[in-house]
Design a protein around this ligand. Structure first.
Ligand code: 13P
Length: 248
């Protein structure tokens, strides 16, 4: 029932010029994709990316959004700015934001509700660190992250959020969770959504895997019943590699 969604998270890579080259190369390679295809690009690339992807099956997203409408928040980008620039999706709560920029479950929740209020589709990232996994704390960590992020979010809105399960130890390390580990944890996340909301919402919500996903492991991960897509970092920076993941 759930349509798969493969999203590239470019992180802090690609100038406008690089964006033009990458998207021009990518378009013909993904035009027959059976999944939703998204590229989440740096703020400065959004307008050009949207222009280039008009009339194609590639959707454009941002990598964060402010929780306030406007005002004295130096360095932040508002939802209205993203919407007017043409962004449809927004990555929220990425572990790099949590680790380097002080993002907490509370700020993620404020950004998530702001995104929803403004019609942006959130890609909410959750995941445990290596120490947490080795300390058998994975489920507890995910429970807290999910309950925090979805506070005051109604079931109908929650069903449209995309969750990205990104074990922090698998990001940029070349160390992928095995498909069994990813499936088990993503099934757990779905059961938590059923607890926070109901079965219908849990069945509708799309949950991606993220963390060193690439052309060689994508099809095995995507074959798991609870894995509905991927959030791709490094492998989204090369058109041929990202296309292979999209065409899993
Ligand atoms: P990598 O695919 O480079 O491991 O990054 C994953 C990620 O953090 C996507 O948001």
């Amino acid at each position: 029932m759930r349509k798969p969604i493969i999203a590239g998270n470019w992180k802090m890579n690609n100038t406008v010029k690089d964006t033009e080259a990458l998207l021009t190369e990518l378009q013909p390679l993904v035009k027959d994709a059976k999944c939703d295809v998204v590229v989440c690009v740096p703020f400065t690339d959004i307008v050009r990316a949207v222009e280039l992807c008009k009339g194609t099956n590639i959707h454009v997203g941002a990598q964060n959004v402010a929780w306030a409408d406007k005002g004295a928040f130096t360095g932040e980008i508002s939802a209205a700015m993203l919407v007017e620039a043409g962004a449809e999706y927004v990555v929220l709560g990425h572990s790099e934001r949590r680790q380097y920029f002080g993002e907490t479950d509370e700020t993620v929740n404020k950004r998530l509700t702001q995104a929803i209020r403004n019609g942006l589709k959130p890609i909410l990232c959750v995941g445990e660190t290596l120490a947490e996994r080795e300390g058998n704390k994975t489920e507890g960590v995910l429970q807290v992250q999910l309950a925090g992020a979805f506070k005051d979010v109604e079931a109908k809105q929650a069903a449209d959020v995309v969750i990205a399960y990104e074990p922090v130890w698998a990001i940029g390390t070349g160390k992928t969770a095995t498909s069994a580990q990813a499936e088990e944890t993503i099934a757990f996340i779905r059961s938590e959504i059923a607890k926070l909301y109901d079965r219908q919402t849990a069945d509708a919500i799309r949950i991606q895997y993220g963390g060193s996903m690439n052309p060689s492991n994508a099809s095995e991960l995507m074959a798991q019943p609870d894995i509905d897509g991927g959030l791709i970092g490094g492998a989204s920076l090369k058109a041929a590699d990202f296309a292979k993941v999209v065409n899993f």
